[in-house]
Structure formats: structure tokens, C-alpha cells
Design a protein around this ligand. Structure first.
Ligand code: ADP
Ligand code: AMP
Length: 213
């Protein structure tokens, strides 16, 4: 099963992807995580991605599509995966459909996680991530058991450079201009399902599983 998680920055895509990937036995693939890993390794891709990410802009389609198609060709995605943060433009969505079609596969469901804008900014400003396994936490709504350490792997928690108010606002603008049109695209394809993301994490997960199953 190939599932796309669609939603604004801060909607809870990464948080839900972690829960859903365990429940459904599907690999979680996040383009943001892949770019951050490339940055941490200092690769050419990482350096290129950084120049866009620090401004809150999207990495060009050509680069992003090449990276994700390579990733989903791996054995752990052969039975499907949960895509988090991809696609983000109509060009990416079309490229993904074409690539899957050539393999005799297709996107099964697109889960739109709906959250009001003021809540998105609150979530981004309080977000902390594990440096080792990328698990997201929140100072108020989802704190780790031990301050500054990841519950899952004891990795160090850090705040993303693009979660500052200014860059977060820019990312929301980019989302409304470039990613929102995907709602129409997947509605027409009969694949869009919606969940109220403005509820407790476990409740969002329960509702998501109910609409996906
Ligand atoms: P995205 O991947 O969509 O950008 P994240 O999953 O990283 O979003 O979540 C953004 C922030 O909001 C994180 O700090 C996370 O702990 C917190 N969060 C996620 N889901 C919820 C929720 N349902 N209620 C409150 N806080 C949440
Ligand atoms: P995220 O971790 O999903 O919030 O993504 C962080 C940043 O990575 C974005 O602001 C973009 O700069 C870049 N990025 C992630 N996914 C994509 C994508 N599908 N297309 C273009 N840029 C992306």
C-alpha cells in the first residue's frame, strides 16, 4: 500500500507517519529527513538542499524527484510505504504517478491532515527532533520523558533552523501556494481522505487508521 500524508508544515505528518508505519507495517519515507541526513553527511545533495531549506523554499522538483524515486526503489518499499512531505508540487505528484505506473503500482490513499494555521505556528515553534532517529517532540504537547533526550534511542534533541517564526511563516506561504493544489489533484483521482489533525496525537492516529483501513 502506498500512502501519502498531505498537510501543512507542523500538521503532524512525521508524528503520524511513525505511528502508522508501525500499525500498518509500512516503511516511513520523509523527504525532509532525507535532505537533513544528506546535509549532516555534507554531501553535494545536502549542500544544495540546505540553500533552499534555510530560506523556507522548496528544493527543485528535478532533484527531489530523483532522490525519492531512488529511495522508493529500495527493497523495504517493495510492498509500499508512507510518504511524508512528498509530493509537494503538482510536478512531483505527476512524476510519482508516472514512475509508479511504469512499475504497475499506484498511490492507494492520500491522507490530508487538517490543522488551523495558528496551531501550526505553535507546533513548529515548540518542535524538537532527535538527531539520531528524527522522532519529533513538542515542549508542551508531546514532551520527551527526559528533557533533551529521545525516548526511543536516547539521541540528543535539537530545534530545526527553519522552525524560527520567520522561516516557518515563509514555509506556510509556500505550502498554500504550491502544495494546496494537490488537494484538487488527488480529489479528482478519488484518493483523498481527510482527518481532523487538531486533536490529541493518539486520536488523530485512531481516526487515520479508521479512514485508511
Ligand atoms: P510535520 O511533519 O507535519 O511538519 P510534526 O509531526 O513534526 O509535523 O509535528 C509538528 C510538531 O507538532 C511536533 O513538535 C509534534 O510533536 C507536534 N504535534 C504533532 N501532532 C500533534 C497533535 N496532534 N497535537 C499536538 N501537537 C502535535
Ligand atoms: P519538512 O521536513 O517536510 O518540513 O521539509 C523541510 C524542507 O525540506 C522543506 O521546507 C523544503 O525546503 C525541503 N523539502 C522537503 N520535502 C520536499 C519536497 N517534496 N519538495 C521540495 N522540497 C522539499
Amino acid at each position: 500500500m502506498y500512502i501519502i500524508l498531505l498537510g501543512a508544515p507542523g500538521a503532524g505528518k512525521g508524528t503520524q507517519a511513525e505511528i502508522l508505519s508501525k500499525e500498518l507495517g509500512l516503511t516511513h519515507v520523509s523527504t525532509g529527513d532525507l535532505f537533513r541526513e544528506a546535509q549532516a553527511k555534507g554531501t553535494e545533495l545536502g549542500l544544495l538542499a540546505k540553500s533552499y531549506m534555510e530560506k523556507g523554499a522548496l528544493v527543485p522538483d528535478e532533484v527531489t524527484v530523483r532522490m525519492i524515486l531512488e529511495r522508493i526503489a529500495a527493497a523495504d518499499c517493495a510492498q509500499g510505504c508512507i510518504l511524508d512531505g512528498f509530493p509537494r508540487t503538482l510536478g512531483q505528484a505527476r512524476a510519482l504517478d508516472e514512475a509508479l505506473l511504469s512499475l504497475g503500482k499506484q498511490i492507494d490513499r492520500v491522507l490530508y491532515i487538517k490543522v488551523p494555521s495558528d496551531e501550526l505556528l505553535r507546533r513548529l515553534s515548540g518542535r524538537w527532533l532527535c538527531r539520531k532517529c528524527q522522532t519529533p517532540y513538542h515542549t508542551i504537547t508531546n514532551p520527551p520523558r527526559v528533557a533533551g533526550r529521545c525516548d526511543r534511542c536516547d539521541g540528543e534533541l535539537y530545534q530545526r533552523a527553519d522552525d524560527t517564526l520567520e522561516t516557518a511563516q515563509k514555509r506556510l506561504e509556500v505550502y498554500f501556494a504550491q502544495t494546496m493544489p494537490l488537494m484538487g489533484y488527488y480529489t479528482e483521482a478519488g484518493k483523498l481522505v481527510e482527518v481532523d489533525g487538531n486533536q490529541a496525537i493518539q486520536k488523530v492516529a485512531e481516526d487515520s487508521l479508521a479512514v485508511l483501513r
